[in-house]
Design a protein around this ligand. Sequence first.
Ligand code: C5P
Length: 418
Amino acid sequence: MDSIVSIRKNLRILVGVTGGISAYKSPDLIRRLKERGAEVRVVMTDAACEFITPLTLQAVSGHPVFRRLLDTEAESGMGHIEIARWAELVVIAPATANFMANLASGRAQDLLETVVLAASAEVVIAPAMNQQMWQQTATQENLKTLQRRGIRVVGPGSGDQACGENGPGRMAEPDEIADQLLGDGTPVRFAGKRVVVTAGPTWEEMDPVRGITNRSSGKMGFALAAAASDLGAVVTLISGPVHLRTPDGVTRIDIRSAQQMFDGVMQHIDDADIFIAVAAVSDYRPVIRAAQKIKKREQRMTVDLVRNPDILATVASLDSRPFTVGFAAETEQVEKHAREKLVEKGVDMIVANQVAGQESPFGSDSNAVTVHHRLGDIPLQRTDKYGLSVRLMEIVHDLMSRREDPDQQEAATAGRRS
Ligand code: C5P
């Protein structure tokens, strides 16, 4: 089994514990998932509480354990639907024969069954039971049903059992489960890769108090920098004036003008593998910056403007250029303009969004975009900017590996509109 999610830190994992003697291994599993950078919450069945106390799992996970369905107090905190939505991965360990049977028949009798049914995340089970129960046709058929539905199974191992018998049915060891899910915990996708991101607006001074700018909160660029860093990259974020916290692990360089942003990028681009231009760079700057505040004397005033350097196009034209990603914020004919930008700026990928209308992404925490690249278009549904950034980085990864492998470039056109 591939380790699915070694691609990112802070993966939100819901651990479900059902009632078997192997529940004594659950605290160790939780500890090992956390060691590998996951954030863990726990749901226990009533039977699980006969084997191990909720207090133990609360202590190792660092959060209260969820136990009851439709408990007014619990549901007002994080109800079953919220728990299901929260989880990016669900692991049931141990998964008893009874739980597997209920899961196979789609039951929602208790909190855990309901959450699993309501979750859209990947579900992994680590079965644990007496060897005879494991080998029963009923259990084996349930197992096949679950696997057919895409549920992944880790273990069980074979050997001495708590009941004194010997055979298959021992829950996989916590370290093995954690390894299969998360690898060694190192986010590998962009390990060793250097990423330069521009974000926010630029500020082109006319005088000490006035200037020309573009609308941009910087949220999308900061989310991309955070996602790239979480995916293992070394990230330099070159940002215009914004009110945002620097993402963990990211080196931030604050600039004001487009020229300063250009200089900052050029200083860091030499050893960059990926350049992502999210900044709303001011296209023009005043030719003259007045040393003192300009006084209003005339009814009309003309400001002479000169073009700023195009940072993205400059990077894309470098001899040994990084994989280059641009953004296109358009008010109309989004697709046409985005495709033009792809060609004119000579970049590898353009992320386009409509900025006019009710769903405008300006300052918003969510966004919906379409990715345009040489081989086609990929629409991405509205989601939070961090989630969208993780998706975008996966696409970057995919396109970069194809760029290195010409055979795959052809295969990539399948299923995508060119
Ligand atoms: O040219 P336009 O502003 O339409 O293109 C948008 C894309 O180009 C964005 O990725 C933006 O960050 C980048 N850009 C740049 N330098 C400029 C203007 C835009 O890097 N001077």
